[in-house]
Design a protein around this ligand. Structure first.
Ligand SMILES: NC(=O)C1=CN([C@@H]2O[C@H](COP(=O)(O)OP(=O)(O)OC[C@H]3O[C@@H](n4cnc5c(N)ncnc54)[C@H](O)[C@@H]3O)[C@@H](O)[C@H]2O)[C@@H](O)CC1
Ligand SMILES: [K+]
Length: 502
């Protein structure tokens, strides 16, 4: 259940399910019943419940939930945005089964134990304004916990954006598949806890849509996890090269080196300017050190040392030198991760970088945070668009996998696939964390994992490492969290494994 469906895709799924013989009202009955069940489980102590119903099918779910909650003994009031006669289709059928009076939607809510928000769901088409906005404000200031049906009203299911104003929910109950708006910020924050329920629509029906957006979960990429065969030596486990900064700027590269080494790359080499050698040498134990002062030096080392993945950018400085080194490395056969200064060095000259990327057949991952993303792609992408849309555009333009970092990191591939992560804790936003991330990506690329899967896996692992460590985390802690996480992805030993000793 890792596909994320936009409201438009979800509508197509609903239509397919209805055409396959599941009447819309039956789907709505199940959806409403699931909302009620979630409330009875999580808010069992609630006595007074106010259900706010909009004019569409989201409101229809609300009428059905109201009926179930009343049958379970709760005291339920229902406010409707429109009179019964103005309801149509499945929502009208759902309202018929609610025999108690309908109150007119207002801001006069009192202080119920629980408010059910069934005002707007996947059918949100414009910014919320006027009386409906006043109702949403009143809900948010009421102090009552809110359970949102499908989406918090006012959140755009495709983008996670607040359209005018939006409900802050304690819990959001959604159906079939989550939407990008449940994962992208600020939508994710306004959902509160997210609960996903089946309403009888099969996976085969969802498959027919051919969704291209996925929740970043191990099930998205674990089939591509690098296998560790027991007869392999370190040279088979990939060789990562990390380009370092000068004598006073090697810390970022050292974090990337440790990330790559802990991720399982067999060899890691610091590719450093001569001036940094005496600083770096004592700081490296397993990783090796090679001197590279120019783009030519880098290219030669990549070829001679059979380096399979290169990280460039962390601490390398912004300017002509880094630009030349990046273009030199992009001309090699190594997989490449471009981060930080490697991206900023092309500000205003993105066409140079894009030209090199477009003719490059090897895997490349760009890892900008928001500032780097906008600086690099300024003028090259549509002015408006969600983080997901912009990242997809950028990946197509750059012919590279783009990882748009943040608390809702998006990874997009040139073929249109995208993943959205939701597992990064707030304390992951700490200096150097991004450098470790580049190392993890390179470590996976070096071991042969495809770029989209490697970048998505690295984002998830990075978030999990931070969550496992907890508050107080500094970037230096991240690599040491990796072994316990990676253990779960190593393929199990087989009984006929010749190296098995037990
Ligand atoms: N068969 C189905 O299609 C199913 C739909 N389900 C529910 O149906 C919902 C989608 O239903 P709809 O497509 O009817 O859409 P909604 O009920 O989300 O909203 C549509 C209504 O809201 C109005 N509207 C849109 N934007 C507005 C704004 N900014 N301010 C004021 N009014 C606005 C529209 O004019 C329309 O009347 C889902 O979110 C889900 O809750 C579920 O019952 C499961 C089955
Ligand atoms: K809603």
């Amino acid at each position: 259940m890792i596909e994320l469906l936009t409201p438009t895709e979800m509508q197509r799924v609903d239509r397919l399910a209805i055409a396959d013989g599941s009447p819309g009202i039956a789907l709505m009955e199940r959806a409403g019943a699931q909302v009620a069940e979630a409330i009875l489980r999580h808010f069992a102590g609630a006595r007074d419940v106010l259900v706010l119903c909009g004019s569409g099918n989201n409101g229809g779910d609300g009428f059905i939930a109201a009926r179930h909650l009343a049958e379970a003994g709760m005291h339920v009031r229902v406010m409707s945005a429109v009179a019964r006669e103005a309801l149509a289709g499945d929502a009208a059928l759902a309202a018929q089964a609610w025999s108690a009076p309908l109150e007119r939607l207002s801001t006069d809510h009192g202080r119920p134990d629980l408010i059910v928000d069934a005002l707007l769901g996947a059918g949100l088409r414009r910014d919320v304004a006027g009386p409906l906005a006043a109702v949403i404000d009143a809900v948010n200031t009421s102090g009552s916990p809110v359970v949102a049906v499908d989406l918090p009203s006012g959140i755009d299911g495709a983008t996670g954006a607040i359209r005018g104003c939006a409900i802050q929910a304690r819990q959001t109950v959604t159906f079939v598949r989550c939407k990008p708006g449940h994962f992208l910020l600020p939508g994710r924050e306004l959902c509160g806890e997210r609960l996903l329920f089946d309403i009888g629509i099969s996976d085969a029906t969802v498959d027919e849509i051919g969704a291209g957006t996925f929740a970043n979960r191990p099930t998205l990429w674990q089939a591509h996890w690098p296998a560790i065969a027991h007869d392999r030596h370190k040279y088979d486990r990939g060789h990562v090269g990390v380009v370092t900064g000068g004598a006073t700027a090697t810390g970022a590269a050292r974090l990337a080196i440790r990330g790559a080494f802990r991720t399982g790359a067999g060899l890691v080499t610091a590719l450093a300017p001569a001036e940094a050698a005496f600083v770096l040498a004592p700081a490296l134990e397993g990783p090796m050190l090679r001197i590279a002062d120019t783009a030519d030096d880098l290219q030669k080392l990549v070829a001679e040392r059979k380096i399979s993945a290169v990280v460039i950018g962390p601490g390398t400085g912004v300017g002509e030198g880094t630009r030349k080194n990046v273009l030199g490395i992009l001309a090699t056969d190594a997989a490449v991760v471009l981060d930080a200064d490697a991206l900023t060095s092309f500000e205003g000259e993105a066409s140079l970088l894009l030209a090199a990327l477009r003719q490059r057949p090897r895997p490349t991952v760009l890892t900008p945070h928001a500032g780097e993303f906008h600086r690099l792609f300024r003028g090259l992408l549509p002015d408006a668009g969600s983080k997901l849309d912009l990242c997809r555009h950028a990946a197509r333009q750059a012919n590279a996998v783009v990882l748009f970092k943040g608390a809702d990191s998006v990874v997009a591939a040139p073929d249109g696939r995208a993943s959205i992560a939701d597992n990064a804790p707030p304390w992951l936003a700490t200096a150097g964390a991004g450098d470790v991330l580049t190392g993890i990506i390179a470590g996976l690329l070096a071991q042969g994992m495809p770029a989209f899967e490697a970048a998505s896996a690295a984002v998830w692992i990075h978030g999990k490492a931070a969550a496992d460590f907890g508050p107080g985390l500094i970037a230096e802690d991240l690599p040491d969290q990796l072994p316990s996480i990676l253990r779960s992805f190593v393929r199990p030993w087989r009984d006929d494994d010749p190296l098995r000793v037990d």
